[in-house]
Design a protein around this ligand. Sequence first.
Ligand code: FE2
Length: 359
Amino acid sequence: MRVSQALADEARRCLIVDDEPGMRAVLRRLMTADGFECIEAASGAEALAVLETTPVPIVLSDFHMPGMDGGELMRAIHARWPLVAVVIITAVADVTIAVRCLEAGALDYLTKPFGSDEVRARVLQALEKRRLLCENQAYRDRLEERVALQARKYEQLFLASLQSLADALEVKDAYTWGHSTRVCLYAMAIARELGLTQPLLEQLELGSRLHDIGKIGVREAVLNKAGPLTDAEYAHIMEHPVIGWKLLAPLLGEMPHALAVVRSHHERWDGQGMPDRLRGQEIPLEARITAVADSFDAMTSGRPYRDGMSVEDAVAELRRCAGTQFDPQCVAGFERALERRSFPWPDWSVRRHTRLQVA
Ligand SMILES: [Fe+2]
């Protein structure tokens, strides 16, 4: 609980813990005279039960009690409510115990017999120490909030610069303008159908947007070649998952699932894919999802020299390759997302050009 909230919740309230009713009555009288609302507890366990339901800034506790003694009670209180001030009450002969309690976190102690002035002085002193502790904690809370805010801003800037990298790639590749955005859209729709958790969804979103980033390292003459590729050219293009993975690995150390998408989106369910020839469930789920999304967009995207495939034909092709190229559950997830219209129906008749060409 935040300190400011704790301070707002609690009243001028005092918890008196002693197994002797007479001693509790004396303390109650003294504290009530100083304007405190008093709650009594006859044991440590009873005191903890009170604290579970009632915010209390200060606890006055006898040390010698059957069962849980004052020292144990203080440790239990500090473990759960570190900002509750505890004042331990001991007999004169137990000063060493009092000192040990102070070392262990009690904010002050009282020795019996005590007078009203002494009780008042000790309580005020303990409350003042507690106020300083609360201020210190509130300062730390504010600092943590500011650090977290800065970290979020830094993360957003970092993701924006990665997105710029992906955009730079699409300008370079004449046929893929908007490809990564659409792949991301389809991949996220599949992932939601498969019930992926939020942290995984976030990594999939980033990974699918950046999945082809390694094409930055592919020669433009090969990337933009309109005709069929030679074996050597195909091999060169298919280096892009590893190039992308090497490029991003130093930046995405804390996002291994996003990195897995980049490296493994050309793996195949039957183990005949690239670059690691992973098979079936060995392929990270997020990469299997992206493979389906990627292929669907490639099939339904027009080229300057041809129309894209119709959605129905592309889905039939995905279904035909489920169990060989694609994970069947990812294909099924994609079909469910498509039926639900989870994303805009692709306009396969549009022949895609680069933004530069359009301009
Ligand atoms: Fe790719």
